[in-house]
Design a binder for this molecule. Structure first.
Ligand SMILES: [Zn+2]
Ligand SMILES: [Zn+2]
Length: 302
């Protein structure tokens, strides 16, 4: 994609320095690719737009909404600080997609939570999560399904002590269950769209070969004329590319053979690493503080 340089970039002011202050690794401005254009955006404006794009606590009381946005503002800011230069080769820091963090500035005008989010961003201004003095990888997802997992287990990322596989002990109905069923023919059609899962002949079996501590399928066997193995996240990505993100919503699933095909029953939505957003809402609702919520999902980070 060809990226145009936004009007703001030409006159980007240098980061202001307070005499005597230690140099900060928290940027003042961020180069964000927004709808294909590179824009130079003040960090706190970016945090506001990203927070509004990533949460919408419909039906929650004002104090609960405030806590949810304070949590999201701190992780949006932390995530930005840790991701500076992620798209360096393309000439910007972060993109506006889930690859980095959703950023839809139009939400500032359209969202009914704009005022609450603005207050939360101001109240937490400059606050980020750190581990070993550096900005933490403040990963988050919609719903852990009852148990978070590690980046290593989800995509082979590094083990970080503050991103553990841990139960998200909350009332059972907090986390959602989902089902994805398809006929054998439909499965073959979906799997054949990607070279990693292309199958020939009949699909005899689809089974979980390995699970991690959180119960997620880390390896799945696709048994046809020959057996192919893929990671659970690869299978989820391939089905999602064809059927949408709300098909195979997580890798925390069981596979069952049905009379005409295969059915996945699962819990959770997203990769399951770091902060669980439905868990955050449940904790905010029962009165947990912002620090208690962050301390639960990122143990050891400060
Ligand atoms: Zn990105
Ligand atoms: Zn959870």
């Amino acid at each position: 994609m060809l990226a145009a340089i936004g009007a703001g970039a030409a006159c980007a002011p240098a980061a202001p320095r307070i005499p005597g202050a230690a140099p900060s690794d928290v940027p003042v401005f961020l180069q964000v690719q927004v709808a294909g254009r590179i824009m130079n955006i003040p960090l706190e404006d970016y945090v506001l737009g990203a927070s509004l794009s990533e949460v919408s606590p419909v039906g929650e009381s004002a104090p609960v909404t405030a806590r949810i946005f304070e949590v999201q503002a701190i992780i949006a800011r932390t995530y930005a600080a840790a991701q500076v230069g992620r798209h360096k080769n393309e000439g910007f820091d972060v993109c506006d997609k889930t690859h980095c963090q959703l950023y839809e500035p139009s939400r500032l005008e359209t969202s009914s939570f704009s005022a609450a989010a603005r207050t939360a961003v101001a109240r937490t201004a400059g606050r980020i999560l750190r581990y070993n003095r550096r900005p933490a990888q403040a990963l988050f997802h919609a719903d852990c399904g009852g148990y978070t997992t590690t980046p290593g287990s989800a995509w082979g990322g590094p083990l970080l002590p503050y991103l553990p596989a841990a139960p998200d002990d909350l009332p059972e109905r907090t986390h959602r269950a989902w089902r994805f069923a398809a006929t054998e023919q439909e499965w073959v059609a979906i799997l054949s769209r990607d070279p990693r899962t292309r199958t020939e002949g009949r699909l005899r079996d689809l089974r979980v070969a390995q699970r991690d501590a959180s119960g997620r399928a880390t390896t799945v066997d696709i048994v046809a004329d020959r057996t192919r193995q893929v990671s659970g996240e690869t299978l989820r990505a391939i089905v999602s590319a064809d059927r949408g993100a709300r098909s195979v919503m997580s890798t925390r699933f069981q596979i069952r053979q049905t009379p005409g095909g295969f059915q996945l029953d699962g819990t959770g939505f997203g990769h399951g690493v770091g902060l669980c957003q439905v868990g955050t809402m449940a904790r905010a609702r029962r009165g947990d503080s912002v620090d208690a919520i962050l301390g639960h999902y990122y143990p050891g980070a400060r």
